[in-house]
Design a protein around this ligand. Structure first.
Ligand SMILES: Cc1cc2nc3c(=O)[nH]c(=O)nc-3n(C[C@H](O)[C@H](O)[C@H](O)COP(=O)(O)O)c2cc1C
Length: 169
């Protein structure tokens, strides 16, 4: 699949079949994630691969917007002990976001559906995920990606808008 096709096909999928995602596919998703760029190549990301039913259930309750039933979730978190120092530390958010988008595009190529659900900076949601996974103070959950074989098929689309583009020439 061409990258352009994957970008347009990638839509948030929130309904999944019961079919489990094979480990080979999960491995490809994680390789895609860690192929992403990061500031000074610090790679301050960590990934929790969740397939346990009770934990998936708990992730669904992380926020008002995470109630998606799936057989697989990946929590993308930043580890501040590997982030850049001082005011550059916040680059972890961009680094982990790049990794997240790579997961979504790889999922699209594999015929999987996925939805990126933001956790940080929602304090209560962050606390719930933190407690569920036993994260340290340095580990900040950025999002939960629910994944699986899609039970709905949103239309591919191109959201280009001229008004969002500013040329300097
Ligand atoms: C930072 C971020 C947080 C999001 N949080 C949620 C969420 O909590 N729950 C959800 O169902 N979708 C969430 N989404 C998915 C967006 O709603 C979705 O990307 C947007 O409506 C555009 O639709 P599309 O992904 O199909 O192109 C989030 C997306 C991003 C990038």
């Amino acid at each position: 699949m061409e990258v352009q096709e994957a970008m347009q096909k990638r839509r948030s999928v929130r309904k999944f079949t019961q079919e489990p995602v094979p480990e080979e596919a999960i491995s490809l998703l994680l390789h895609a994630a860690m192929s992403g760029p990061s500031a000074c190549n610090r790679m301050p990301w960590e990934f929790w691969v969740v397939t346990a039913g009770e934990s998936l259930e708990a992730l669904r309750k992380a926020s008002r917007f995470t109630n998606h039933e799936s057989k697989l979730a990946i929590v993308v978190a930043g580890n501040l002990s590997r982030a850049l120092p001082m005011q550059l530390a916040d680059y972890w958010i961009q680094d982990c976001s790049a990794a997240t988008e790579n997961i979504l595009l790889q999922a699209t190529e594999l015929g999987l559906g996925a939805v990126w659900c933001g956790i940080y900076p929602q304090k209560r949601a962050e606390q719930r995920v933190r407690e569920l996974l036993g994260l340290t103070e340095k580990q900040i959950p950025l999002n939960v990606i629910f994944l699986g074989y899609p039970a709905e098929a949103p239309e591919p689309r191109d959201q280009y808008q001229d008004k969002c583009v500013h040329w300097v020439r």
